[in-house]
Design a binder for this molecule. Sequence first.
Ligand SMILES: NC(=O)c1ccc[n+]([C@@H]2O[C@H](COP(=O)([O-])OP(=O)(O)OC[C@H]3O[C@@H](n4cnc5c(N)ncnc54)[C@H](OP(=O)(O)O)[C@@H]3O)[C@@H](O)[C@H]2O)c1
Length: 386
Amino acid sequence: MTSPQTVTLLGATGSIGQTATALLLQHRARFQVAAVVGSKNAQRLAQHAIELNAKVAVVADEAAYTELKDCLSGTGIKAGAGEAAVLQAASIPADIIVSAIVGAAGLKPTLKALEQGTRVALANKESLVCAGNLLLETARKHGTEILPVDSEHNAIFQIFTEPQRAALEYITLTASGGPFREYTLEALHTVTPEQATNHPIWAMGQKISVDSATLMNKGLEVIEACYLFALHEDKVHVLVHPQSVIHGLAHYADGSVLAQLGMPDMTIPLSYALGYPERLANTAKRLDLSAVGQLNFRQVDDGLFPCLSLARQAYRTGGIAPIVLNAANEIAVQAFLDKKIAFLSIAKIIAVTLETIPPCGVYSVEDVFQADAAARRVATEKLKQE
Ligand SMILES: NC(=O)c1ccc[n+]([C@@H]2O[C@H](COP(=O)([O-])OP(=O)(O)OC[C@H]3O[C@@H](n4cnc5c(N)ncnc54)[C@H](OP(=O)(O)O)[C@@H]3O)[C@@H](O)[C@H]2O)c1
């Protein structure tokens, strides 16, 4: 038997983190866990650390340190807290790191892992949106790679290989359409955070659930796909597919269309990313097409869901624009979850922040964080006008 692979889990307490934990537990002999990282939920993090027999557990929020230390007392697992400890955990030599922190907060630790030559199983799409070139260059420089966990990108990764590039006409990412896919503009005026986070298909964290409801999630994914597969933005199509059974399609010059299908369960793409190039067995429900019966597809209604177009526009503008888009979205989504703004104001805040901040180039990681901070300031200011 080959020796176990070492894995670190960033965002271990979240939706992806919990799915990854279950998978790692199922494959105990294959993986050993170096570190688990979360933010505030010390109890859950400690529980995962103990179950996974991790060496280190770190909370980003220093206020959660005492609780984490108490929960880990007598286990021999080292507790840490704060941003420096998170970066240290990401730097521990490992074969794979699962990058599943939510938002731009995932960027620095993901970059740290790549700098160590660690393969990244990437769920944290926001880091690619903010610093796609930087992450890809770092991976190249340190002889490692980024494997997509996002189900659509994982699908494309499974059906598109480099030798086929010349014959690739375009790819399609599917979108469930979110909880409001059948809503009118009038109905969207009054939707609540509870409705927005009640996704019809996927059980996910709060931020991505709202992103899914506005279709910003698909916008971020278009940008993510451009980086991951070195494609021009107009080669990344989106189709609403309410059943979420087909996750991605590759359209080739001979008229062939390859698709990856599976139940909407993140266990499946996580299995592929963790096991690559092998396939890991898992307990995800198996797809029964006769039970699904119908697969439907339609175009996105840009009038109702402008966030997808805003993301495309930001990517085309380039430079800091995707960073500004992402930061303004994070601020607006949190304000919506806190019931400070209406659902339809999310897109407005993003659009006005993009209009306010003049575009400029990104030449270093510092430029990324400066643009992120500036956009957060502007977006927070714009919230007051809503
Ligand atoms: N959920 C899905 O099905 C899905 C699918 C595709 C892609 N993704 C992507 O995966 C990422 C995670 O999504 P999720 O749904 O799992 O989110 P989630 O359930 O909200 O979990 C977020 C995780 O990030 C941690 N975290 C938050 N801020 C942090 C910080 N500053 N430093 C360190 N850790 C921090 C949280 O810790 P605490 O719990 O302690 O606060 C938690 O472990 C997102 O980028 C999302 O877009 C998710």
